[in-house]
Design a protein around this ligand. Structure first.
Ligand code: FES
Length: 181
């Protein structure tokens, strides 16, 4: 799986619903156990690679950074939610990352700047990045897989180190793909 499924354009009803969804995204963050080990990708041992994503100075609130993880084509997105999130890193513990594959049928999710939610354009599932990727609305059956992040406090370098949850369409997040270098 290297590309998202085709997406339909949003209609007026869905756009106005998004505006209504604008809420304090970080309220009531759900507890989440972050898994993952640094190292080379190894499906046989479940070892995730440690991959540099960005530096703290590159990150702006509301401006997501996209990256592939744990393998090439496994689109993911890093966001600064601006307030504390369970599993978040950085000075405010507000920086988090998620798989961009919707858990319903695998379309791509994007950050909606109005609502500050991650929204799937196919069937309008809505996920809250400030609540560990929890589904707020729509047919998605579960939260977005959360990418474990680590930060080197000496220089602000941010690394992806694992994935909590199975990415849509996969039987193993580390199988059937090329390693990100
Ligand atoms: S594929 Fe995302 S809501 Fe259906």
């Amino acid at each position: 799986m290297s590309e998202f499924k085709n997406q339909s354009l949003p209609d007026e009803e869905s756009i106005s619903r998004r505006k209504l969804l604008k809420t304090a995204g970080c309220a009531g963050a759900a507890a989440l156990v972050i898994g993952g080990l640094a190292g080379r990708a190894d499906a046989s041992t479940g070892t995730y690679p440690q991959v540099r994503i960005a530096n703290l100075r590159d990150i702006r609130e509301g401006k997501p950074i996209k990256f592939d993880y744990p393998l090439i084509g496994r689109k993911s997105l890093l966001i600064d939610c601006g307030c504390r999130v369970e599993g978040g890193i950085g000075p405010k513990k507000s920086i988090v990352a998620y798989s961009m594959f919707c858990t319903h049928l695998g379309c791509g999710v994007e950050l909606d700047r109005n609502s500050e939610m991650l929204i799937c354009e196919c069937h309008q599932s809505v996920y809250n990045p400030g609540e560990s990727g929890r589904v707020v609305e729509g047919p998605a059956p579960g939260s977005l897989p959360m990418i474990s992040l680590d930060i080197d406090n000496s220089n602000g370098e941010i690394f992806a180190t694992g994935v909590a949850g199975l990415i849509y369409g996969l039987r193993n997040n580390l199988l059937d793909g090329e390693e990100v270098r």
